[in-house]
Write a protein that binds this ligand. Structure first.
Ligand code: BEZ
Length: 210
């Protein structure tokens, strides 16, 4: 069954390029990203994994642990890691899960039979420290993901979790943000001091993290 926002991210144990892991234990108190890619030794996936490795300091800064997954065996992951370092200029620095029996892929509904009945699509799950799923994305095999956008969504999710604000269309770090509708004017005044009211339901404050 599909995983929906608010669900608890299913736990699993896995073989990875960094050894065995229990997913929930490995996440600990961090945020997490679990993302699938269709196949080892393929071009789009090679560029994506190089980019995630390059962005590791950005994920670390946000207290986010990242794990990739494909249905290929661990020997292939280790062999392919050399190509990723050679062609993308960054060595793999996060666990890449080997799921040759498709157990985790099925648990997370990462195989969409009408797209391809054996390989995973490009799924992304963002998981909060309480293990609930906060965001899902699904891309086809032929479209590489934009990991700057994934960092942007994490910034937005963390703002909501920590500051009771939402982020408007095309928001980026530093842009003004929206007071969540569940906060009354009185509570917003207490929390933020001043805020701009465009409509009673559309109230802006500066990005509290800028
Ligand atoms: C790729 O990563 O390039 C890819 C993988 C599976 C199908 C199509 C493209």
């Amino acid at each position: 069954m599909a995983i929906r926002l608010g669900d608890t991210a299913p736990n699993f144990t896995a073989t990875t390029t960094q050894g065995e892991l229990n997913f929930h234990e490995w996440l600990g108190d961090s945020w997490g990203i679990l993302f699938s890619h269709p196949k080892d030794y393929t071009p789009v996936c090679t560029t994506e994994l190089g980019e995630v490795a390059r962005l590791k300091p950005e994920f670390d800064r946000r207290n986010v642990k990242v794990a990739g997954l494909s249905v290929d065996p661990i020997e292939d992951h280790h062999g392919w890691a050399g190509d990723i370092e050679e062609t993308q200029g960054t060595a793999l620095n996060f666990p890449l899960i080997a799921d040759p029996k498709r157990e985790i892929a099925n648990l997370y509904d990462m195989i969409h039979e009408k797209a391809n009945n054996t390989l995973t699509v490009r799924s992304v799950f963002v998981i909060a420290p309480d293990k609930t799923v906060k965001l899902t994305l699904t891309y086809p095999a032929s479209t590489g993901r934009n990991f700057q956008e994934i960092l942007r969504t994490i910034d937005s999710l963390q703002l909501t979790a920590n500051h009771q604000v939402a982020t408007p269309v095309n928001w980026n770090h530093g842009d003004r943000v929206i007071v969540v509708p569940s906060l009354s004017d009185a509570d917003a005044k207490q929390k933020f001091g001043e805020f701009e009211t465009v409509k009673p339901y559309l109230r802006y404050v500066p990005d509290p993290t800028a």
